[in-house]
Write a protein that binds this ligand. Structure first.
Ligand SMILES: NC(=O)c1ccc[n+]([C@@H]2O[C@H](COP(=O)([O-])OP(=O)(O)OC[C@H]3O[C@@H](n4cnc5c(N)ncnc54)[C@H](O)[C@@H]3O)[C@@H](O)[C@H]2O)c1
Length: 463
């Protein structure tokens, strides 16, 4: 058995609680800095919680805000900007926010003198740039949802202003904080499979998830939000780049919207699933089945607390919002299949596919090394050692080092928040792996991929 097994095995046997050192202290990022986990020895007990203002109290604003409910000694949400009254009210109550710190829109927050340590930007994609620039100018540190911005120029502007002001901007590339991907990166960096030669990464979106977010939902139109390679897959381009720890040189992409178009609307289908559609009973995308009967993905609706009023409220949403519309009759333009090839330094190659038509989600990755091979599906991975002929399976849950309850994005969501709080409290961006200057390259890759797809050419990636 080769040496890299022994450290892991020892950790498993002696139990994680008693490990006296950071499990990840031997892993480094692309700049050679150590990768740090939330329970790291570099993390300090705070004398008071970090104060933050949330811009956009939708799904993501609540994921991050909820951290403060669980860990009030670390984070205190003291302000909110949200135009939907129900959401504004709910968030205000949940976090006990003073009336004077409640706003309808992000602009209003910056009309008031600075009143918190940091800003959480969880507004829609096209509303990241304005608040981020305003926050930096006023001296706030920032937690910034991805994409940084749908425009490359704006991404670069934010990076420049971050450097100029010396503030901290953490990009929500949450996969970088998931134990699964951290383990994979550690293994690659430790030489566990020799020299990395190439990588295949697959993002199966899952067909109903595709219909929900990229056909009916917020990101159905790339011009009004962001092309899907950034909206969905900037995580994937980023995690590929991060795991390899190399700079990208060239990218090539193909992709198309093949299925969710008017010409594929079945005969007898109607504008809405609630309009007496002739094929609703057998359609995999029936809004009645997904949202009303199965109550899937209803987090996008602002539902009443009273359970008995829920069904009527959902039906009303299906009759009045995009979530009830026929998937073949939307003004959607996002690709439902997208492949890219990427060339990295040292001639390492990576291929990536984003696919709508799968029965399940959960990213799959294969990594080819000169001395071994890794194959994983985000819950577990197997590593093969060519010299010993052995293979070993790792359950990432067994190696999970923190007791963060929120397991969104493989446990990455709240681990990101934990790291960001420490980075801001200690004014040390090295405690983060997704600072804007670490994260911007994968956005540039996404912009180049989209140009490649549209113009049928191989693009150089220029940082
Ligand atoms: N990191 C991830 O994995 C991940 C996952 C999903 C979404 N996102 C990103 O997070 C961001 C938010 O997505 P979401 O799913 O929470 O969307 P959402 O629609 O649930 O929330 C966005 C909120 O912003 C509010 N808003 C709109 N205009 C505003 C304004 N002028 N001022 C303040 N608030 C305003 C909306 O009313 C809404 O409540 C998007 O950029 C999205 O791409 C990231």
């Amino acid at each position: 058995m080769s040496s890299y097994w022994s450290r892991r095995d020892a950790i498993k046997i002696i139990g994680l609680a008693s490990v006296p050192f950071s499990l990840s202290s031997w892993a480094i990022n692309e700049k050679g800095e150590p990768i740090i986990l939330p329970d790291d020895i570099f993390h300090q007990k705070l004398s008071k919680p970090l104060t933050a203002i949330t811009l956009g109290a939708g799904s993501r604003g609540n994921v991050y805000g909820d951290y403060s409910i669980e860990y009030p000694d670390q984070l205190d949400i003291v302000g909110v900007a949200e135009p939907i009254p129900f959401r504004n009210e709910r968030y205000t109550k949940k976090h006990n926010i003073a009336t004077t710190n409640r706003f309808n829109t992000w602009e209003d927050v910056f009309k008031k003198p600075k009143f918190a340590d940091a800003i959480i930007i969880s507004t829609p994609d096209t509303l990241h740039y304005g608040p981020c620039m305003a926050a930096l100018k006023m001296g706030y540190d920032v937690l910034l949802e991805k994409p940084i911005s749908p425009s490359e120029r704006e991404c670069r502007d934010i990076m420049e202003l971050t450097k100029k002001t010396g503030r901290i901007v953490a990009v929500c590339h949450v996969l970088r904080y998931s134990p699964y991907f951290i383990r994979l990166k550690e293994l690659l960096q430790s030489g566990a499979i020799g020299e990395v030669v190439s990588l295949q990464h697959f993002e199966p979106i899952e067909h109903v998830h595709m219909s929900h977010s990229y056909v009916r939902g917020n990101w159905h139109n790339s011009k009004e939000s962001t092309p899907i390679i950034l909206a969905k897959s900037c995580h994937d381009l980023d995690i590929i780049k991060w795991m390899l720890g190399k700079s990208s040189k060239k990218i090539q992409a193909f992709g198309d919207l093949k299925w969710f178009t008017n010409k594929n609307a079945p005969q007898g289908s109607t504008a809405r699933c609630t309009d007496g559609c002739a094929v609703e009973k057998t359609c995999p995308y029936s809004a009645l089945k997904i949202y009303y009967q199965q109550r899937q993905r209803t987090y996008v609706f602002d539902l009443p607390e009273e359970k008995e009023k829920e069904a009527e409220a959902i039906m009303n949403y299906l009759k009045t919002t995009n979530y009830g519309r026929c998937v073949y009759r939307m003004n959607n333009d996002q690709c439902d299949h997208y492949t890219t090839n990427i060339l990295f330094d040292d001639n390492i190659t990576a291929s990536f596919s984003m696919e709508a038509f799968t029965p399940w989600g959960g990213r799959r990755t294969r990594i080819m090394g000169s001395m071994g091979f890794i194959e994983g599906d985000m819950t577990q991975f197997t590593i093969y050692n060519f010299s010993s002929g052995e293979s070993k399976k790792f359950e990432t849950k067994a190696l999970d080092v923190a007791n963060y309850k929120n397991e969104g994005h493989g446990g990455g969501d709240w681990r990101l928040v934990a790291n960001w709080i420490q980075a801001v409290a200690q004014q040390n961006p090295a405690l983060l792996t997704s600072t804007i200057d670490n994260s911007i390259e994968s956005h540039v890759m996404g912009f180049a991929a989209e140009l490649s797809r549209k113009e049928s050419r191989v693009m150089d990636i220029k940082m």
